[in-house]
Design a protein around this ligand. Structure first.
Ligand code: CA
Length: 388
């Protein structure tokens, strides 16, 4: 009967066909709207060969990095592989590079609205929306990676982080660390703070604010555009990460002078963020798997960066690039501007004030310890060769 409705080129709409068309339109529109609004629960019941059913979850994870970018971009890929293995496929996480579903800096919004379940990014990218967020990735002259991990896991940092993300319906987890970075690539030598005047540099976040106060012009350009921007003179200087990642973008080919130390990023903690509604839909064992996999990535990435930066530095030196040190006079001036900024932001924002005080107290305490332990040994030790 239904097949007969197309006879003689004349469409006779059978009531069942109309009903089916209307039903499928409503269904697809509903799924589309539901998905856009984050209401579509991405889980299905699946029967195994013993006839038992199990719930499977398919999550999407958006990132701020190019797909499979060394270090940063491999963190979420490793996370997804670990979760898949530990959950025997019950939770599958599909990773999207920057721009595939949302732009590099649109990760927080996508997770907050629930249009995706997860993201991998850096807290300081959300400074415009959450002024205190940089404390959870990196701030100029802030903690190093040992101190930051200690603060996050055992100093109350994670609780503060969760608290300031709570209104956005987002739960953060530590998600990797680059360790200490480099001050960046410059097309001129920096001998005094005067050399910063008129300099155009890619340096985002609070560091950009500090750099501007020192007389430069700070811009934020995505990593993928740095090579061309330096090559064509759109910018005079750029920071990215360290030898390993800087070389991935070929910055050693377009930057003349490579400077240390990374006053602006003494480390950079990354984050996994999960939509709270999606999190609550997971059974407890899958929640534990997500937590443990995030912690594993947090530890793994630092080890990888330390090893690969060291190797890349050797390679850069072999090609004739010798890093230079920013003079103390320049660092003093930058630190003065950073402290001014923290005071001003303290007066403007209650969360910033509260977290800054706590962060600073913890940093002071860990500094006292590391000064007489790590630093003392490191300064004396050198390498395993006998002293002359
Ligand atoms: Ca950086």
């Amino acid at each position: 009967m239904i097949l007969n409705c197309y006879q003689k080129g004349k469409v006779n709409w059978h009531p069942l066909v109309v009903l089916a068309l209307v039903a499928s339109t409503v269904l697809f529109a509903g799924l589309y709207v539901g998905e856009r609004a984050g209401l579509y629960e991405r889980s299905i019941s699946v029967a195994d060969n013993q006839g038992n059913t199990r719930q499977e979850y398919n999550w999407r994870l958006v990132t701020s990095w190019p797909k499979n970018f060394p270090g940063l971009g491999m963190g979420p890929e490793k996370f997804a592989a670990m979760v898949d293995e530990m959950s025997a496929g019950r939770l599958q996480v599909h990773v999207y590079g920057a721009g595939e579903l949302v732009p590099a800096l649109g990760v927080l919004d996508a997770v907050s609205t629930g249009s995706v379940e997860m993201g991998h990014s850096g807290a300081y990218y959300h400074k415009g929306k959450i002024p205190a967020s940089p404390f959870f990735s990196a701030i100029p002259f802030g903690m190093n990676v040992l101190e930051h991990n200690a603060w996050i896991y055992y100093g109350g940092g994670l609780e503060l982080w969760r608290e300031i993300y709570e209104p956005l319906n987002v739960i953060p987890f530590p998600g990797g660390n680059t360790g200490i970075q480099m001050a960046g690539w410059f097309n001129k030598e920096i001998n005094s703070i005067e050399d910063y005047r008129g300099l155009k540099m890619r340096i985002p976040g609070i560091a950009g604010e500090v750099f501007s106060r020192a007389g430069g012009t700070a811009v934020n350009i995505p990593g993928g555009e740095l090579y061309t921007s330096m090559q064509t003179g759109v910018i005079d200087a750029t920071e990215w990460v360290g030898p390993y990642n800087d070389r991935s973008f070929g910055l050693n080919e377009v930057g003349e002078h490579y400077y240390t130390p990374a006053w602006h990023e003494p480390e950079a903690m990354l984050e996994f963020i999960v939509n709270e509604t999606a999190w609550n839909s997971l059974p407890e064992d899958l929640q534990a798997i997500v937590r443990v996999a995030a912690d594993a990535v947090n530890a793994d990435m630092l080890a990888e960066y330390t090893a690969r930066n060291a190797q890349a530095l050797r390679d850069l030196r072999a090609s004739g690039i010798e890093p230079k040190s920013l003079p103390n006079e320049v660092l003093d001036e930058l630190k003065r501007h950073a402290l001014d900024y923290y005071e001003e932001e303290t007066a403007r924002n209650e969360d910033f004030a509260r977290i800054y005080q706590q962060y600073r107290e913890f940093q002071t305490m860990t500094y006292e310890w590391l000064q007489i332990s790590e630093k003392a040994m490191y300064d004396y030790r050198g390498v395993l060769k006998s002293t002359e």
